[in-house]
Design a protein. Structure first.
Lengths: 311, 92, 488
């Protein structure tokens, strides 16, 4: 490895570790959250360095962007110094022993991971690629070889929305409004671009980095930005239309998974001649649904009560 | 100077994991606990992907796992944050 | 007409709960007939699967037509099927109980009625996916579905203590998942496979990754299964949740994490299970048995007592690990699985009956419970039967399970573990006996206007408790254990 690259990596990782520490321990909660967001951005750079562009895209939009927005919005709603946000901890009083334990654990973990041979499944993936129906190996793993994982993961997301709505609170985004006067105009300008890039990523997912996750994340980022700029969920979209949009991804996934059983009787076994089109369909449904679900996660509550909330 | 490939990333992964686990146990504020959890999870993701490229080619399976993991982590974080807010607004 | 094929049944079991939950959420309505039809269909599918497994044995179903190291497959194992059947029984009972418990409420409480069933079905789907999974990462995602749904179910009860318990549970659950994922990463780094059978084939106890991975997987699952000393989240979460929620959480969700421990330690990690590891896990179990038992004895509130009893009972199940040897492995695993099944049925019955009694008495203090009279009599009957099964009175399922473990302990001359088992059983007898004695011999006066106890509030608990007792007769058959080998 080139020494300059090595130096870059060292600096990058060092800043990540420092920011991570600050993200947890900074005295001021706001600083902690901001450090954590910067940590997320640097993590995205680290993914690029690890030749994982798909993850970098998702991390930049989700890990740094959306999580950050969510954290800031939460911070805005928490009354600082409120005791309710602390858990009674019984046996964690002393930081030092835990620190020593942490260091020992780190050393041990490093020693073990350095000794791992890491054989991986790349050859198996390469062998199966001709029959996968897509050109991008990551998309092939996500939507074909391990599609069942992805289906369950969409279920986790929908479940998170149901769980948040079941807490029965008002909508998050109604509280924070960015005090930038030019923002709404800018967002109106940018929003079509976000939509365009979403579809570009969806289309591209078949060949290279991209696909449902980054596309959904980007769509959500655009929607959340619009919300932050003062946009509201239109009233005729709340209720049943919104719920159907949220459910659509998982339902489409389930229908395809069970529907393809008509061909060979095997769950999720795409018929080879139709695999590309079916995967594309699943990808679009999943991408759009992921976008809507992520936005719903940011909203934090069922937006039917939006008119009652303060703005 | 020749370190085995990925040493730095593995070291960072182990440190992030330790910082997160340590924070989860010692911090009292719930928001910090959630942040710590996310840091530790990032450490695990880093470990997965770094191990995935130690061979000759890039292994896409860990990439897919981490993509799934990031979305799962975000979903659970959103629920945790919702619960924290709900908890504070709850009058006993 | 023959039964549907095993593959079809598995597809029904894993997709129907998710599909129904999604449709209920999208429609925003809770049609009782649809819910009960889906629950009934799931129960029938699980029972049919049970019959198929008896005839066919272990079967493997590739998903997407991809074979093992690359693709994921489902594996229908006998012990997994037992858990699927028990899940279906408790799931159905909880759905029926839920229609009687939640749907009569209006106003702010109506929120519970609206989201209970979708969340319940998500949890059910996660459980089913877990019991047929045979892939480390797939198990992770299934665990997340299960955990997130459980947390949301605990948080349904909007009281402050319940929300706090839900938060604690969420953090503990996520901590467990994170450590579990670390284990997956370590094993993947060592062997480059995620499939459990492929892993079992290449596993070498000498490799650094295998040991570290096993430790991480185990710690993560111990946190999720609330094994002492990582049990701190359980009593609050199970004791403060609404009764049907507690029934599923105590009976199934904790058991699922424990089932996974069994699946891993008697599957891919079997080579690592030596005397030291067994003794360590057994010691944790003994600690849980004692700690949970004593605290259950000290509780004044009914549901908290039942919750601490769960900590104690899973301590008992942990004794499977020190008792297992190469020779008695099948019998011990069968005993462990039966123990989980017995606990699921009896504990769910106990929580459901407890919910009914608390409602009838308008108080959850053991001292204020109504006595053996009126319709509460049926709830008390369920409590008595479930207690018998938990203690392990012959011929209940609990007796068959404990008998298998007891025989293993005697055959090996493991007197320490034998003593722990007897002590645990005595503690169980003590705290359940205290409940029955306090409430039946010295009951509180009837409330002036007792609430109506409908059949939906009485029957599910009674039937589950009866099953825990009656199934023991079937499990007494001597060649049962040999049919219950996990993995392959």
């Amino acid at each position: 490895m080139h020494p300059v690259e090595m130096l870059f990596d060292a600096l990058l990782l060092l800043s990540m570790v420092v920011l991570a520490w600050q993200g947890v321990h900074a005295r001021n909660l706001f600083r902690a959250v901001v450090s954590f967001m910067m940590f997320g951005l640097l993590t995205a750079v680290a993914w690029v360095r690890l030749e994982a562009p798909d993850i970098a895209l998702a991390e930049a939009a989700l890990g740094a962007g959306l999580t950050g927005a969510l954290l800031l919005a939460t911070l805005g709603r928490l009354d600082q110094g409120g005791r309710a946000t602390r858990l009674r901890t019984t046996f964690m009083r002393f930081s030092l022993p835990w620190m020593a334990l942490g260091l020992a654990g780190t050393t041990l973990l490093l020693a073990v991971t350095l000794a791992l041979p890491a054989p991986g499944l790349d050859e198996a993936v390469l062998r199966a690629m001709p029959a996968a129906g897509v050109d991008s190996p990551v998309t092939a793993v996500l939507l074909n070889f391990r599609a069942w994982d992805t289906l369950l993961e969409i279920a986790v997301m929908l479940l998170a929305v149901v769980a948040l709505w079941s807490l029965g609170q008002d909508v998050l985004a109604s509280t924070p409004r960015l005090p930038a006067p030019a923002l709404p105009a800018l967002v109106r300008l940018l929003f079509p671009l976000f939509l365009l890039s979403t579809f570009y990523l969806l289309w591209r997912g078949g060949h290279g980095p991209g696909g449902a996750f980054p596309a959904g994340a980007l769509l959500a980022a655009g929607l959340v930005l619009a919300l932050l700029a003062g946009a509201r969920v239109p009233e005729r979209m709340t209720g049943a239309p919104l719920r159907c949009a949220l459910a659509a991804g998982l339902l489409a996934f389930l229908m395809v998974a069970v529907g393809v059983m008509a061909d060979r009787g095997v769950f999720f076994a795409y018929p080879p001649q139709h695999a590309p089109i079916l995967i594309a369909m699943v990808e679009i449904a999943a991408g759009l649904s992921i976008g809507v679900m992520l936005t719903a996660l940011f909203l934090g509550g069922e937006p039917t009560d939006v008119e009652g909330g303060p703005s | 100077m020749s370190l085995p490939p990925g040493t730095l990333f593995l070291l960072a992964a182990a440190l992030l994991f330790a910082i997160g686990a340590h924070g989860l146990v010692t911090c009292r504020h719930l928001l910090r606990k959630v942040l710590a959890l996310n840091v530790a999870t990032t450490g695990v993701f880093l470990l997965l992907v770094t191990l995935g490229r130690s061979g000759t080619a890039v292994d896409p399976v860990p990439h897919a796992m981490v993509l799934t993991g990031i979305v799962v982590a975000l979903s659970t974080t959103a629920v945790a944050l919702g619960l924290i807010v709900r908890l504070q607004r709850q009058r006993p | 007409m023959g039964l549907p094929s095993t593959a079809t049944l598995v597809v029904i079991l894993v997709t129907l709960p998710l599909a129904t939950a999604t449709v209920l959420f999208a429609s925003g309505r809770q049609p009782r007939t649809l819910i009960l039809a889906a629950a009934l269909l799931l129960a029938c599918a699980a029972l049919a699967l049970g019959v198929n497994v008896q005839l066919e044995g272990i079967s493997v179903h590739p998903i997407g037509g991809w074979t093992a190291p690359l693709g994921i497959h489902w594996q229908v194992t006998p012990s997994g099927t037992v858990m699927l059947v028990v899940t279906a029984l408790v799931g159905l009972a909880g759905a029926v109980y839920g229609t009687g418990y939640f749907l009569h409420r209006a106003g702010p409480e109506g929120r519970m009625a609206r989201v209970f069933m979708p969340l319940w079905l998500f949890a059910w789907g996660g459980l089913n996916a877990l019991f047929v999974a045979a892939d480390l990462f797939n198990l992770y995602v299934a665990l997340e579905v299960m955990t997130l749904a459980s947390v949301a179910l605990v948080a349904l009860s909007a009281r402050r203590l319940a929300l706090q318990a839900a938060m604690r549970y969420l953090l503990a659950g996520l901590f467990g998942s994170m450590i579990y994922l670390l284990g997956v990463a370590l094993l993947y780094g060592q062997y480059g496979v995620l499939d459990l059978d492929a892993l079992a084939a290449v596993m070498d106890p000498q490799d650094p990754g295998s040991r570290a991975g096993a430790v991480a997987l185990t710690v993560g699952l111990l946190a999720k299964a609330a094994i002492f000393p990582l049990h701190f989240w359980l009593p609050g979460a199970h004791g403060r949740a609404e009764p049907p929620v507690s029934a599923m959480l105590s009976g199934l969700v904790v058991a699922a994490a424990f089932y996974l421990l069994l699946r891993l330690w008697f599957g891919p990690l079997a080579g690592l299970l030596n005397f030291g590891v067994g003794a360590m896990l057994g010691t944790l179990g003994a600690g849980a048995l004692l700690w949970g038992g004593v605290l259950a004895l000290l509780q004044r509130r009914l549901k908290m007592m039942v919750a601490y009893s769960t900590v104690s009972q899973f301590g008992f199940a942990m004794l499977v690990f020190p008792l297992a040897t190469a020779a008695n492995r099948d019998a011990v695993v069968a005993g462990g699985t039966l123990l989980l099944a017995n606990h699921a049925l009896a504990k769910a019955a106990l929580f459901l009956a407890a919910g009914t009694l608390v409602r009838a008495s308008a108080s959850d203090r053991i001292g204020n419970l109504v006595g053996f009279s009126g319709r509460a009599r049926w709830a008390w009957l369920a409590v008595i039967l479930a207690s018998a099964a938990l203690i392990g009175v012959p011929p209940t399922l609990g007796f068959s399970a404990k008998w298998l473990l007891l025989q293993a302990a005697i055959a090996e001359g493991a007197w320490v573990w034998l003593g722990v088992m007897l002590g645990g059983t005595l503690l169980t007898f003590a705290y359940l006996g205290r409940l029955l004695e306090r409430a039946l011999l010295d009951p509180a006066p009837e409330p002036t206007r007792p609430p109506l106890l409908t059949l939906a509030l009485l029957l599910p608990a009674l039937l589950l408790a009866l099953l825990a007792c009656v199934l023991g007769l079937w499990a007494l058959d001597d060649d049962m254990p040999t049919q219950w080998i996990p993995g392959s």
